[in-house]
Write a protein that binds this ligand. Structure first.
Ligand SMILES: C[S@@+](CC[C@H](N)C(=O)[O-])C[C@H]1O[C@@H](n2cnc3c(N)ncnc32)[C@H](O)[C@@H]1O
Length: 227
């Protein structure tokens, strides 16, 4: 059995513990310290891709779309968003942990075929929250996969994103007909209700962890139907 080799570690802000980056042969893992588990594994990424495919389905012929991805992880959601949008579109990716960006510029780069090198990509190191509370309609799609579901796992500040206040602020930064897509390990009825209360038209889709098989994850699709 090929052993895991530690490649790096990084502090999560606000005493959120550590991210641990390791490799076993061609497989990579990013874990949260303690018992909080794996945040991302390079062999399981189908639902991360579907997050982009579903969230950007309305943009395949939009000439100058702007998509926001949070966070980077191993780059699969970013790469899939770049596949969906047109050549003159732009994709901003926000990543909280600077080391994750460095790992993607290094050993992780090949996993999703180096989406950071695409000229349409802009990287913002920091909390995606700072791009979500500007109250200026900016994005045609916002694709969020920063926790395991609508609850702050990576760090507790993320709870704001899933609160009614957060969802209403996100509504403001979407352009008319813009789409908010959120990855979740499973369904959450109360979160769907909260999205509707914030003004979105809501659908949920099941996305399998591996193409056609594996765990069933939930993608929340919340559309800004007006203004
Ligand atoms: C589950 S991984 C994302 C996996 C990604 N969808 C992919 O395709 O590889 C979560 C990522 O979000 C980042 N993150 C967590 N909270 C964040 C925040 N508030 N702002 C920006 N990035 C955040 C984490 O550091 C981690 O890199």
């Amino acid at each position: 059995m090929v052993p895991w080799v530690k490649l790096g570690r990084a502090q999560i802000p606000n005493k959120g513990g550590e991210l641990l980056f390791s490799r076993r042969g061609e497989e990579f893992s990013i874990r949260l310290s303690g018992v909080r588990g794996e945040l991302m594994n390079s062999r399981v990424y189908n639902s991360e891709k579907e997050l982009s495919q579903l969230g950007c389905a309305h943009l395949t012929s939009t000439p100058n779309a702007h998509v926001l991805v949070g966070g980077l992880g191993m780059g699969y959601t970013l790469a899939a968003a770049l596949n969906e949008v047109t050549p003159c579109s732009q994709v901003t990716v926000a990543e909280l942990i600077p080391e994750v960006v460095e790992w993607n510029k290094g050993p992780l780069g090949n996993c999703a075929k180096n989406p950071l090198q695409d000229p349409r990509t802009t990287v913002k190191i920091g909390d995606v929250k700072h791009l979500l509370n500007t109250r200026t309609p900016t994005y045609d799609a916002i694709l969020l996969d920063v926790d395991n579901g609508p609850e702050g796992l990576t760090h507790s500040d993320n709870n704001w994103i899933y609160s009614l206040d957060g969802l209403q602020d996100i509504y403001e930064v979407l352009k008319p007909n813009g789409m908010l897509a959120i990855w979740s390990a499973g369904p959450d009825y109360l979160f769907s209700v909260r999205l509707k209360t914030a003004g979105y038209k809501v659908n949920t889709c099941i996305a399998r962890a591996r193409k056609g098989k594996g765990s069933k994850h939930t993608i929340f699709l919340a559309k800004k139907a007006i203004n």
